[in-house]
Design a protein around this ligand. Structure first.
Ligand SMILES: [Fe+2]
Length: 166
């Protein structure tokens, strides 16, 4: 997070406005946000700041064809090297994952290390270790390249992820 924070101290040039886009899973966003805003004060502050960005977000699907997963998840990039990010920059990648209840975001991995901030209840897994629940406001650290997955329980899942890019 120190590397992410250091990168964010560097401003980028003005950019064109975002192209908002929603996905079916966004039907669960209001409930997820409301749950987070009832959480610990620091989580509520982050969530209120996030809520102000929601009208501008471009939600996208991970390219997996399973129809239950396609209807039950969405990702949005706040910062990153992607055309749909609110702020396009190549030194840090910050985004959010949203899932409907009882959805598993399958195993994935990426070279950059990563920190997730849980804004809802939900479960994380690394490699074949048991699932664990960090709780609202909990943090998950993924070392570079580790295989990891998430899943929601009976409530919508919302988490922010931050990856410093070398
Ligand atoms: Fe990840």
């Amino acid at each position: 997070m120190q590397r992410v924070a250091a990168a964010l101290d560097r401003a980028v040039a003005d950019q064109p406005p975002s192209r908002p886009m929603t996905q079916p899973a966004c039907a669960h966003l209001s409930a997820a946000i409301a749950g987070a805003e009832r959480g610990p004060a620091d989580v509520a502050r982050v969530t209120t700041a996030f809520r102000a960005l929601v009208p501008d977000l471009h939600w996208r699907l991970k390219s997996i064809t399973d129809p239950t997963f396609a209807a039950g998840h969405a990702n949005a990039n706040l910062l990153g090297p992607y055309p749909e990010a609110l702020e396009r920059r190549d030194d840090v990648w910050v985004g959010v994952s949203l899932m409907a209840p009882e959805i598993t975001y399958p195993d994935h991995n990426h070279p950059p290390e990563e920190v997730y901030l849980a804004l809802s209840r939900g479960y994380w897994r690394q490699n074949t270790h048991p699932w664990h629940e960090p709780g609202i406001g909990g943090v998950v650290y993924n070392p570079p390249g580790i295989t990891h997955a998430m899943r929601s329980g009976p409530e919508p899942f919302l988490a922010i992820w931050c990856l410093p890019i070398d």
